[in-house]
Structure formats: structure tokens, C-alpha cells
Design a protein around this ligand. Structure first.
Ligand SMILES: Cc1ncc(COP(=O)(O)O)c(C=O)c1O
Length: 407
């Protein structure tokens, strides 16, 4: 069954089970390229979880995390906003028919040409964290709606961001608010990003409290801020602790921002896409490292690696979990899994225990939707992965009632 705007999507009657699909397709389709199974139903379910557990927070999906047109189209139809990091991402989202008011240009440092593009495209809302950017905005986009990004780091996160972005909330933030005011710029809010893949439940509460103090400071200067942007960092793997996290966020919002005069937004990335993507890779070579007659390392070489979909190992500090798609009864061995390139850095897994497998066997990796697809390269001449999109029929019916699903 085909649907308008979803031509590339395979519509199925029952919930798509990645393992079953991979088993069916493994023999014919996973040859040169690795294969992603993307369950768009999972993205829709995530949106429902978000709206149920963070009802006060409007999600602006972070496009950088996975810019697949199909994912963006579904989210646009569901009515999320978008966090864009560049002119290219802004264009991608606008081309889907999303109004500029549903975009935040959330890169605190902007090349002039990108800032001018935001101006001509009427994407007003943007973050900043330094004086230089304020002068740039004054010159190129004086009508912009500015959101000051402050630094509030989680104690533990997969990818801390605070060293690169976010001004010191106590020392620098008041100075920047004063300067924005002197320059006659429109400052509308405060944002933070506690770190991508946040593993510190109390981080958002601390940051929301810090933002509150700056709302109060700004009011004393003459700014009545209306936007609190609580950034990204929410977990998105299967079995994550998002619900627990949402309770601590809601408690802090209710304490420090009890009224609805402030619009609360967030920039979730991995939350929406991580669990929707499952990757299947084929073993094309293997090597046994034997000492004293015993295999001490079973090395498998597969058709995807850290220069392809597993770039998340290098850039996002992820630890992929390989699952054989058949129930092998063979001997369990200490195993390492390697990508196809000639680079020794191209290692997907080190020291995992797996049953002994053969050339052409297939491994499956779940939770592969975040910071994978947009960063893949063809390094060493290896092809990019194939992506197959699936959607359950009952969810399609709901989607088609929404605006925004245009071909
Ligand atoms: C400004 C900004 N917003 C949102 C995100 C998304 O973060 P996450 O995928 O952890 O939700 C990032 C990630 O780097 C970011 O830099």
C-alpha cells in the first residue's frame, strides 16, 4: 500500500519486527551494503510518549541527529518544531512546508551567510552565547529573537557540550543580557543543553533553576522573557529512563516556571530516533587468533564500520551490541568486530562474547538511529547503507488526517 508523501515507505498490517524483516531480507538484500530497518511507527510512538510525559514542553527535533527526509516528514506532520544548526538544515525543513516560526536556529556561532539566510527565510528564533554574535546579529538580523544559551553540564553524559557552547550563567550571562539590551536587540529567552545522552537525572532541575534566576535578572533590566529552551540530551534507546527523567523535569518546571506566560521548548534528538533504527550487517571475512591451540580472539569483518553507520562509536561514544540473527548453537568465543576499511581504527566492537559464526552470517544492531545516518562516509570506497522504512497501517491512517504530509 502506498500513501501520498510516503512513497518510499512500506506499509504493514502488524507492528514491524526488525529481526523478522532482517531474517527475510538477509539472503537477498544485505550484500554489498548494510541495511537499516527504520520503524517510523516507533518515531510516532516516541512523540506520543513525549506529549504524555512532558505536556508543557514543545519538542523542536534536532535535525543534526538524523536528517532522514522520511523522519523529518513524519515529525513535520505530527507538528513538532525543529532545531536547525545551519542554513542547509533550515532549508531542508522549510522545503517540507514547515513555517519558519517552528524553527529555532540553535547554533550559537553562525557564519554570516547562514545568519543572512535565516533573515531572508524569516527564521527569527536563535541562540547565542557571546558578544561577537550579538554584534553580528545587530548588523545582519537586528529583528532576530535571541535566546541566550547558558552552560549547565550534567555530571555524566555521552557527549558533554559545555566546553564548546554556553556562557557562564553567573559571570557572563548578566553582561550579555546587558549588552543585548544596550544594542536594542530582542532577547526572548534562555536555553541550555545539559549534554547529549544525559545520565544525570538532577541536571535539568539545576539548569531550570539557573534559568529562572536569569529570567528574574532580565526582568530587572527591562526584558520580559517568554521562552525557556531546555535543550536536548533525553535518552532514546529501547528501555530508556525517559519517564523517570520527565518527572524531575516537570517538578522543576512547576516549581520555577509555574505559570503559562513562558513557553517551554526543548531540542530532543536521539530521543525520537535512536530505537527506530536497527542495522543489519553481513560478515564477509574472519580471522582466528590462536594461542596454545585456543582461539583467543575471533575477528569478524563486516560491511559497515566506524566510517559508515558506526561513526557513532567514534563521535557519540556509543557501544553497539551485536546480535546474531540466527540462534547459533556453536561455541561461544571472545570476539571482536571490525569495519570493512583498511584503517585499524575501524573497530565496531571489542571483546564481546558471541557464538562462532561463518562468512555470510548476519549480525543485527539495535538503537542505531541517532548520530549515524547523516555522518556516514564512503571512505575506502565502501557504499553507504540502504534504509528501508516501515509504517504500521493503523498509524498511517492517523498521519493522513494531519496537515503537512505532502509529496
Ligand atoms: C544545540 C543542540 N541541541 C540539541 C541537540 C540534540 O541532543 P540530543 O540528541 O542529545 O537530544 C544537540 C546535540 O548535539 C545540540 O548540539
Amino acid at each position: 500500500m502506498k500513501a501520498k508523501g510516503l512513497d518510499d515507505v512500506i506499509i504493514v498490517d502488524n507492528p514491524p519486527i526488525a529481526l523478522d524483516i532482517i531474517r527475510k531480507r538477509a539472503l537477498t538484500e544485505i550484500q554489498e551494503e548494510s541495511l537499516f530497518i527504520c520503524d517510523l511507527t516507533d518515531v510516532i510512538k516516541k512523540h506520543r510518549i513525549w506529549t504524555q510525559f512532558l505536556p508543557r514542553v514543545i519538542p523542536f527535533y534536532a535535525v543534526k541527529c538524523n536528517d532522514s527526509p522520511m523522519v523529518l516528514k513524519i515529525l513535520a506532520a505530527l507538528g513538532t518544531g525543529f532545531d536547525c544548526a545551519s542554513k542547509g538544515e533550515i532549508k531542508k525543513v522549510l522545503d517540507l512546508g514547515v513555517p519558519p516560526s517552528r524553527i529555532i536556529y540553535a547554533n550559537p556561532t553562525k557564519p554570516n551567510s547562514h545568519l543572512s539566510y535565516a533573515e531572508t527565510s524569516k527564521v527569527h528564533m536563535m541562540t547565542f552565547d557571546s558578544e561577537i554574535e550579538l554584534y553580528k546579529v545587530k548588523k545582519l538580523f537586528p529583528d532576530a529573537k535571541l535566546v541566550l544559551r547558558i552552560r549547565c553540564d550534567a555530571k555524566k553524559a555521552l557527549c558533554p557540550l559545555g566546553e564548546k557552547f554556553g556562557c557562564d550563567p553567573d559571570i557572563e550571562a548578566p553582561t550579555l543580557i546587558n549588552l543585548a539590551y544596550e544594542l536594542g536587540l530582542k532577547m526572548v529567552g534562555i536555553s541550555f543543553h545539559v549534554g547529549s545522552g544525559c545520565m544525570d537525572l538532577s541536571a535539568y532541575g539545576r539548569a531550570i533553576y539557573t534559568a529562572r534566576k536569569l529570567f528574574d535578572y532580565a526582568a530587572r533590566i527591562g526584558y520580559y522573557l517568554t521562552i525557556l529552551d531546555i535543550g536536548g540530551g533525553y535518552p532514546g534507546d529501547k528501555g530508556n529512563n525517559f519517564v523517570e527523567l520527565s518527572h524531575s523535569i516537570n517538578a522543576a518546571l512547576d516549581k520555577y516556571f509555574p505559570n503559562d506566560d513562558v513557553t517551554i521548548i526543548a531540542e530532543p534528538g536521539r530521543f525520537y530516533v535512536s530505537s527506530a533504527y536497527t542495522l543489519a550487517c553481513r560478515i564477509h571475512s574472519k580471522r582466528e587468533v590462536v594461542r596454545d591451540g585456543k582461539i583467543i580472539n575471533m575477528m569478524y569483518f563486516i560491511n559497515d564500520g566506524v566510517y559508515g553507520s558506526f561513526n557513532c562509536v567514534l563521535y557519540d561514544h556509543q557501544v553497539p551490541h551485536p546480535v546474531p540473527i540466527e540462534n547459533f548453537k556453536s561455541e561461544i568465543l571472545p570476539t571482536s568486530i571490525w569495519g570493512p576499511t583498511c584503517d585499524a581504527l575501524d573497530q565496531v566492537c571489542n571483546d564481546v562474547l558471541l557464538p562462532k559464526m561463518q562468512i555470510d552470517d548476519v549480525l543485527m544492531f539495535e538503537n542505531m538511529g541517532a548520530y549515524t545516518v547523516p555522518i556516514c562516509s564512503k571512505f575506502n570506497g565502501f557504499p553507504l547503507p540502504i534504509v528501508k522504512y516501515y509504517l504500521e497501517k493503523s498509524y498511517l491512517a492517523e498521519l493522513l488526517t494531519l496537515d503537512g504530509l505532502n509529496p
